[in-house]
Write a protein that binds this ligand. Structure first.
Ligand SMILES: CC(C)(COP(=O)(O)OP(=O)(O)OC[C@H]1O[C@@H](n2cnc3c(N)ncnc32)[C@H](O)[C@@H]1OP(=O)(O)O)[C@@H](O)C(=O)NCCC(=O)NCCS
Length: 150
């Protein structure tokens, strides 16, 4: 493991990372959501700053990704609110600090757009993500999620 971090590289996410992301998501969730990712990675690509979404690679294989955004960026509206939309690490590569490297890199990039506050939404039952964001210094925000089933 000594040269693990030497092998880890980060780069901007590309549309052709779609297959790798679908594969990671399938490994994480146990189901395949290709259409969902086509929308997120390809159709919505222009709504996010290119350096707000990153992929991490080991030996040329995508082992993790993060999608970040800046509110109002596509309309050129200055905004201090950034979002971490999704983060996913291949289960075979979890618990090695890869998510932390990705999140810190995205936070650095978001700050360059004037972002000083970052939001993310996590399912209350998603213990891994809650623990991860807690470890990253996130705390509970002021907004709550209201639901009406109709
Ligand atoms: C949550 C997730 C991103 C963490 O990735 P990771 O690479 O294993 O996390 P890291 O190794 O970088 O951990 C960073 C910090 O978070 C903590 N952490 C991460 N997962 C944790 C867990 N399950 N329980 C407790 N702490 C955890 C680590 O202990 C570490 O803390 P430290 O900085 O104090 O040492 C990863 O488990 C994942 O992708 N889960 C699935 C998320 C998902 O559903 N995404 C959408 C579909 S792809």
């Amino acid at each position: 493991m000594s040269n693990f971090y030497d092998k880890l590289s980060l780069r901007q996410l590309r549309k052709d990372d779609l297959d790798a992301i679908v594969e990671i998501d399938t490994k994480v969730l146990g189901e395949t959501r290709r259409d969902y990712w086509v929308t997120k990675i390809i159709k919505q690509a222009e709504t996010r700053p290119p350096d707000a979404s990153l992929a991490s690679e080991i030996d040329g294989k995508v082992v993790g990704f993060i999608l970040g955004e800046v509110s109002g960026w596509e309309f050129k509206v200055p905004n201090n609110i950034g979002w971490i939309d999704t983060i996913g690490i291949d289960p075979d590569y979890q618990n090695r600090g890869i998510a932390k490297v990705l999140a810190n890199a995205v936070i650095t990039n978001l700050k360059r757009y004037g972002v000083d506050t970052i939001y993310t939404l996590v399912n209350w039952n998603d213990w891994d993500l809650l623990q991860f964001f807690h470890a990253m210094g996130f705390s509970r925000g002021d907004m709550i999620n209201l639901v009406l089933k109709v």
